[in-house]
Ligand binder design. Sequence first.
Ligand code: KG4
Ligand code: ZN
Length: 367
Amino acid sequence: MIVLGIESSCDETAAAVVNDNGDILSNIVLSQLRTHRVYGGVVPEVAAREHLEHIDKVIAAALKDAGIGFSDLDGVAATCGPGLIGGVMIGMMSAKAISSVHNIPFIAVNHLEGHALTARLTDKVAFPYLVLLVSGGHTQLLVAESLGKYRRLGTTLDDAAGECFDKSAKLMGLPYPGGPNIEKIAKECADKKAAIARFPLPSPMKDKKNCDFSFSGLKTAVRLKVDQLPEGDLDKADITELSCALEIKIAEILANKSGRAISQFKNAFGPFNSSPGFVVCGGVSANQTIRQQLQTLALENNMTFHAPPLSLSGDNGAMIAWAGIEKLLANLANGENYKGDSLDFAARPRWPLDPDAQARPGAGVKA
Ligand code: KG4
Ligand code: ZN
């Protein structure tokens, strides 16, 4: 089975071809970073126009790289939410057109599910497993129980971790996207302990006995630290130390709440025959400090740690194609003749993975 996956929910126009062995036959990601950098963040309307301009070429390149044509496809999957609705609609409509013209199933994929299932594409992780999804729009702890069935254990009440990186970077005068730039500059910090002592940052929600996060206070703390520094352009050494302290703090917060989630997961789903999976995914999962801390936590708790290869940590079409394949295979396994989703499927700006989870007050209501 060969499926084309299309992703356009934020600032990457992406398409990939994947087969049911988990072979990634092509993976084209066209970043709009340079366009949005001048604005210091993604401008939704500009993003949608860029997707429209490039999507056909990106899809053609994905097919060419895979050495196949439309007639070789068994399905076409697209991100149909959550995300910036203008962009989502462009990828979704392209997929529907391909489905209609070539008479193949169209599969509507939840972007978050794409991230969460990547560990099954790369490492064949078995259900149930624990997922920490950390991106620019979401920070959630979920149990992936089975395909399409997710239980949310915790979420952010306000900003996402990636948003905290991005906004803090902006405060320090670093370019968008903040996460990779903070990681890069933090690597230059020679004395981490001194950086933490010089820039003590808060641990919001640490003592709350749940798996929820809050990052907006951390961003404000960074602003206050920046305000205390001498006026004018920040000194490189100051930015390096503050970046280092922030990165370590975010890693600590993520690990702390993941530790709570591991206990809840084990209590609810254990005992296990073999060590269950702990998966980190989403753009922020590219961060090496965060990965290392989570890997240590997983080992301490007898869990197998999975983080995507860097080529699949950010937004990409391969994860969408794979989610499409899993859906097609699940239907075939049930003896159904899978016809895909309806071409009437409407793009969703919000699409929670766990529809039963309690709504949260701030930006956490996003999903
Ligand atoms: O999953 P993603 O590509 O897009 C969304 O669905 O949001 O995640 C983008 C986020 C941005 O906030 C970006 O700053 C963050 O991931 N990010 C990182 C790193 N690479 C990307 N954060 C920390 N360290 C990194 N190396
Ligand atoms: Zn994403």
